[in-house]
Ligand binder design. Structure first.
Ligand SMILES: [Zn+2]
Length: 355
């Protein structure tokens, strides 16, 4: 019997005689022939069937380690499901579950390590999930989740948190307490900023943030030791690729620039007040090799700068023309602390942001 309790290999769950695969069988319920030997079954695949309602007889499968109910028509999970106290893996992908579909005492399934509710209709992050203290992999992609609870911090063992394709606008600071987290997937949401507490996630390797509304990053993020970071299609990145949307300066701007650069003298009698005011509003281009000025036509340039020897802060600067950015001089300001290393780092970051 010892083999039944071996949890080292999940493959054996599906290959041994203790696994039942009745997927793709057009079933509308659990087949009767399984009930007499329910206690022997360790893994049950009921996915890709026509099940509308999981019968309460699910509770007799007390030794189940793994249950797959994906691709059915479930809109509700029976409270009897919580009798499966040995369950480690529960996969209920692509059904019609909402938050109220999940039993209130779902947290009793405390052996759960893998929970997959991707592709359902969850409107909020089910609070019961935060009671699953052994949870390692949580997949909630492709739902309608608009909020994450602060109690997410209870998921102390979670290694993979997948929340891509939801409606999140915020990420709670408590996420920084998920110290085992290796992959955090938040792409395809409406997130505007991410909390600086992310720096505490020393095991984080993969951070997916593409297709959001992020316009600034906490400087701390550059201290993370990530092997994967995706940021494409965020306002921050779009600032990087401004070249394409650069509008040519107006004739007023061009003549204003000439007046400032050539230091043309003018007096109150030469120019009306509004033009004098306009000329006073000139800003210097930040490229030290450029003596240029700009008025309203400018290029945004994000530059990463060392701060306190610890942080690299993205600073938003303005240049007078696209040529000022492509000139290598942009990366060599008057400060002596900047080196070729920074150029490489800038190029790398640029690649990361655009990739
Ligand atoms: Zn310039």
């Amino acid at each position: 019997m010892a083999e039944y309790y071996s949890d080292s290999s999940s493959d054996s769950e599906f290959n041994s005689r203790n696994a039942e695969d009745v997927s793709y069988s057009e079933l509308s319920t659990i087949p009767d022939h399984l009930i007499p030997r329910a206690r022997e079954i360790r893994a049950l695949k009921l996915d890709h069937n026509q099940i509308l309602l999981l019968p309460s007889s699910i509770s007799v499968f007390v030794n189940l380690l793994s249950l797959d109910l994906s691709n059915n028509h479930l809109t509700h999970l029976p409270k009897e499901l919580t009798s499966l106290r040995n369950l480690k893996t529960l996969v209920v992908k692509r059904n019609g579950l909402t938050c109220s579909s999940i039993p209130k005492d779902f947290g009793l399934l405390s052996s759960l390590e893998v929970v997959n509710f991707s592709g359902n209709a969850l409107e909020t992050f089910p609070a019961q999930f935060t009671e699953l203290s052994n949870l390692k992999y949580l997949y909630l992609g492709g739902n309608c989740i608009s909020e994450m609870p602060n109690s997410i911090k209870n998921l102390k063992r979670v290694e993979v948190l997948y929340l891509g394709g939801n409606r999140l606008t915020e990420v709670p600071a408590e996420i920084g307490q998920l110290y085992m987290l290796a992959a955090l997937i938040l792409c395809d949401n409406h997130i505007q900023s991410i909390p600086p507490t992310l720096i505490h996630l020393r095991k984080l390797q993969s951070l997916s943030l593409h297709n959001n509304q992020i316009s600034t990053l906490p400087p701390e993020i550059v201290r993370l030791n990530l092997s994967e970071l995706s940021l494409r299609n965020n306002p921050l990145v779009n600032k990087f690729v401004q070249d394409m949307t650069y509008e040519p300066p107006t004739l007023l701007e061009l003549s204003g620039r000439v007046v400032k650069i050539e230091k043309v003298k003018y007096s109150k009698d030469d120019l009306p007040k509004n033009l004098r005011k306009y000329l006073e509003s000139a800003q210097r281009c930040v490229n030290p090799k450029c003596k240029g000025v700009y008025f309203s036509s400018r290029i945004e340039h994000v530059k990463f700068v060392d701060f306190c020897g610890k942080y690299r802060v993205p600073l938003l600067q303005y240049l007078c023309s696209p040529q000022c950015r492509t000139s290598p001089a942009v990366y060599h300001s008057s400060s002596d602390t900047e080196t070729d290393e920074e150029e490489v780092a800038n190029a790398k970051l640029r690649k990361v942001l655009l990739g």
